[in-house]
Design a protein around this ligand. Structure first.
Ligand code: ADP
Length: 136
C-alpha cells in the first residue's frame, strides 16, 4: 500500500513506538522502506563546549541502537535514523527528503487523554505533504 513510511518515535515512550512500528509493517508494500526517526532536542552551542569530546556522536550511536532494537524485537525490517533539532520540523524535512508517502505518528503522550492531539502530532498533520496516520 505504501512504499516509504516514516515512523517518528519518542523514545521516552517506546511501547507506543513499538505499536506504531507494527502498524507501519502492516501497511507497507512488499519492498517498502520503513524509517524510524527519533529527534534529540538541540543542545545549545555554549553547553556543547562543556561536553566531553565525542559525546554527541556517542549519544547519536546509542540512540540509534535503542531505536533499532525496537523494530528488531518484533522482527520488522526498518532503518533507524536519529537527528538533532526540534521534532516537528525535523520530521517534516525528513519526510520530504525521503519522499515518504506515509507518516505514522502517535496522537500524544500516553495518559494525556483530555487532549485531542499532542503538539508534535498536530504540527506534522497540519504541514505534511504526504498522508499522515494518527495512531491512538
Ligand atoms: P505531547 O504533546 O502529548 O507530548 P507529541 O505530539 O509530542 O505529544 O507526541 C506524539 C508523537 O509525536 C509521539 O508518540 C511520536 O510519534 C512523535 N514524537 C514526539 N516527540 C518526538 C521526538 N522527539 N522524536 C520523534 N518523534 C517524536
Amino acid at each position: 500500500m505504501y512504499k516509504s513510511i516514516l515512523v517518528p518515535i519518542d523514545l521516552a515512550h517506546s511501547d507506543v513506538g513499538q505499536a506504531i512500528i507494527k502498524r507501519a509493517s502492516a501497511l507497507a508494500d512488499n519492498n517498502a522502506s520503513i524509517t524510524l526517526l527519533h529527534v534529540i532536542g538541540d543542545i545549545p552551542s555554549y553547553a556543547q563546549s562543556y561536553l566531553p569530546e565525542g559525546q554527541l556522536q556517542e549519544n547519536l550511536e546509542e540512540t540509534t541502537k535503542a531505536l533499532k532494537a525496537l523494530s528488531d524485537a518484533i522482527n520488522v525490517e526498518a532503518q533507524a535514523v536519529v537527528r538533532y533539532g526540534s521534532p516537528s520540523p525535523v520530521i517534516l524535512d525528513e519526510a520530504v527528503e525521503r519522499g515518504s508517502d506515509l507518516i505514522i505518528i502517535a496522537s500524544h503522550h500516553p495518559g494525556i487523554k483530555d487532549y485531542l492531539m499532542g503538539s508534535t502530532a498536530s504540527r506534522v498533520v497540519r504541514h505534511a505533504d504526504c498522508s499522515v496516520l494518527i495512531s491512538r
